[in-house]
Ligand binder design. Structure first.
Ligand code: GLN
Length: 405
């Protein structure tokens, strides 16, 4: 009997994508799975465990009842784009064109990816501050950009001007900025943005600025978008979304605001990646973005209390904490802890600690190495999130009391 065609001698080839093989699964999302497996208190992934605002949920229910259940316009429902324009004008004083400068995407994650795919060519470099939100690594690999990392160092997580200037050059297509910052809580000040602006203009580079935590600010910190810095309007791509501001991380509604010719390309990439974000949830977004100022004031005030609560718990448990000025994470240093590391031989210390914590103490955090290019740079850090309700803090507090220095 002759061999079936499928058993023909095979051709030697790389069967999987060399790009995909370069990065691992998200460590943040893996920590959530570990937390579930070990029934641990989950202070790893940044998603609220308290309810979303009632009026926003009601608007989504209503949109479904009203049969807003088919595709929205691929680059975003008109009502949501109009609301984005109005909010950006009210908060940052910038007027954008809803027809030519906005693309609504499936979360800011897709907005970032589509934006990078829209501007990156082979040989392009991007400057990335580290520690960085872990998505930016795979974003760079998938879009084909070569990342150049520049350190933000405690206590105030600022950069060395000399180092930043040295990272820019003729191949620099963009710098990725995230302010307020995940994981450090840094809020970039005007002077820092202007220094970055000067480099962007000198080298003709874009700034892609992830502003998803814009309303989560403490101690009088102010959010300033790079798009507002003189000369940067045509060089800036603003990434934002509903997830953090309205506590709906599972809705996946985000957007990119970019100059018209850039938006044209972002829209095409977005269209063929996902067609569009969920239509009824975009409709609810149009209402959410019109909530009164008191909503944002209450959000910031509530997070200020949560920040104080978790800072206290972590400090009492022996962590060295870096107090954030924005966003809802606390970076900590774990150098002072002694724990049984022998079970996790192949890992960096932060990963050993995070595994020990989730398995033996019952609290999940994110190992610091997942925010650095070289894992050793994050080996003495772990990140906790405080977008959680009081019962969660109380449970974490009780469990962390078992932790010894
Ligand atoms: N931004 C959140 C974090 O850093 C959630 C990330 C995610 O899983 N999409 O934890």
């Amino acid at each position: 009997m002759s061999a079936p065609e499928t058993n023909m001698p095979h051709v030697a080839r790389r069967m999987l994508s060399a790009k995909a093989e370069q990065f691992t699964e998200s460590v943040i999302r893996e920590m959530t799975r570990l937390a579930l497996r070990h029934k641990a208190v989950n202070l790893s992934q940044g998603f609220p465990d308290f309810p979303a605002p009632n009026e926003v949920k009601e608007a989504a229910r209503q949109a479904i009842a009203d049969d807003i259940n088919q595709y929205a316009i691929t680059w975003g429902a008109k009502a949501l784009r109009d609301a984005i324009v109005e909010k950006f004008r009210a908060t940052q004083g910038i007027t954008i064109d809803p027809e030519r400068e906005i693309t609504v995407c499936c979360g800011s994650t897709e907005a970032m990816m589509s934006s990078m795919m829209a501007i990156i060519n082979p040989g392009d470099e991007i400057v990335v501050f580290e520690p960085f939100y872990e998505n930016y690594g795979p974003d760079a690999i998938l879009s084909g950009a070569t990342p150049r990392f520049v350190k933000l160092r405690p206590l105030d997580w600022t950069y060395e001007e000399r180092e930043l200037a040295a990272a820019f050059g003729p191949h620099t297509k963009a710098i990725i900025l995230n302010t307020p910052n995940n994981p450090t809580g840094k809020v970039f000040a005007r002077g820092e943005l202007e220094f970055i602006r000067d480099l962007c203009l000198r080298w003709n580079s874009y700034c892609i600025t992830d502003e998803i935590y814009e309303h989560i600010l403490y101690d009088g910190a102010e959010h300033l978008t790079m798009a507002r810095i003189d000369g940067m309007r045509d060089h800036t791509i603003v990434i934002n979304g509903m997830s953090k501001t309205y506590s709906v991380t599972g809705w996946r509604v985000g957007w990119a605001i970019a100059p018209a010719q850039v938006t044209q390309e972002i829209r095409k990439v977005h269209d063929f990646l996902t067609v569009g974000a969920a239509a009824p949830l975009q409709q609810a977004g149009a209402l959410a973005l019109k909530l009164p100022q008191t909503y944002y004031d209450n959000l910031a005030a509530s997070y200020a209390q949560k920040r104080a609560r978790l800072l206290h718990i972590l400090e009492s448990s022996g962590f060295t904490v870096y107090k954030p000025r924005g966003a809802y994470y606390i970076m900590t240093d774990i150098s002072r802890f002694h724990f049984d590391e022998s079970k996790y031989p192949a890992e960096t210390r932060d990963v050993r600690f995070a595994k020990y914590l989730v398995e033996h103490i019952g609290v999940a955090c994110v190992p610091g190495s997942s925010f650095y290019n070289d894992p050793q740079d994050g080996a003495s850090q772990v990140r906790f999130t405080f977008c959680k309700k009081e019962e969660t803090f109380a449970a974490a507090e009780a469990r962390l009391a078992k932790l010894h220095l």
